[in-house]
Design a protein around this ligand. Sequence first.
Ligand code: KG4
Ligand code: ZN
Length: 348
Amino acid sequence: MKLLAIETSCDETAAAVVEDGQHILASVVSTQAAVHAPYGGVVPELASRHHIENLCPVVTQAMAEAGLDYPQLDAVAVTQGPGLVGSLLVGLQAAKGIALVHGLPLVPVHHIAGHIQAPFLSAGGRIELPTLALVVSGGHTHLYDVPEPGTYRLLGRTRDDAAGEAFDKVAKLLGLGYPGGPVIDRLARGADDRAIDFTVARLKDGSGDFSFSGLKTAVLYHVRKQAIPPATDPANPGRLIRDLVASFQRAVVTALLRRFKQAAQQRRPASLLLTGGVAANSLLRVEAAGMAAELGLPLHVPPIALSTDNAAMIGAAGFVNYRKGIRAGWDLNAAPQWPLEESSQKPS
Ligand code: KG4
Ligand code: ZN
């Protein structure tokens, strides 16, 4: 079963061809990071405009790398949401056009279902179920119980900023550029991550949700109090900023894993998944591996190219939906705000 997948929910224009939900025949990602970098964040209109320029070449390249013609496909999967509406519309319209012209079924996919399905691609489909999935990206910090592919039960979520958003905002505050996660990850290496105590407090209501806005504010106060100016040379910002971002990164990782571990001890899943753009973080990967070993559970983390936004993961999640009989009509619209728990659409 060969599926063309399209992902345009944020600032990566991506297309992939995935076979049987497991084998990547081609995966092409065109990033717009350089376009948005001067603004310190994604500018929605620019994102849409770049998607419309880049999507056809990206799809053509993916089909060429897979060595396929459109009639050899079995379906077209596309990210329906959540994400930036203008960006989503570009991908949806392209997917509809291809499906309509070639008489293929159109399969809608939730972006976060894609992130959760990414480790299944790298693990060759062998993931022990039920699994506990921590999805950490620029837009999400969500913890799900996944009893089977395609079924997601929300256990906790961020009340305010997503973990990746906190990385991006702290990097912007310090003049380190966009996206902040990879920059902070690099600058933190070899720096003193105990230099500043940025403890993330647990939420008082005992809900087990995440919160990162307090940490962001603590960084802001520290910067003001110490009168730390933004970096003049973002590639080499000096000891003060490097120790600061290392301490911030340590606090984010500690807060994420504290909750992940607590949920694992309570629910006793058969495995753990760590996925989403922030799962590319080197400290998080190392510390999560240590935690999983301590708990005696297998941990599945996709390689970096499948952790950050890509279309192969949409193909993997599209395959799950396809097998469940989920199809979109030609009136399919973007769903910019769309809780994953509500995404198990009924077969049509
Ligand atoms: O999953 P993703 O590519 O897009 C969304 O769905 O949001 O995640 C992007 C986020 C950005 O906030 C970026 O700063 C963060 O992932 N990120 C990282 C790293 N690489 C990307 N955060 C921490 N460490 C990294 N190495
Ligand atoms: Zn994402």
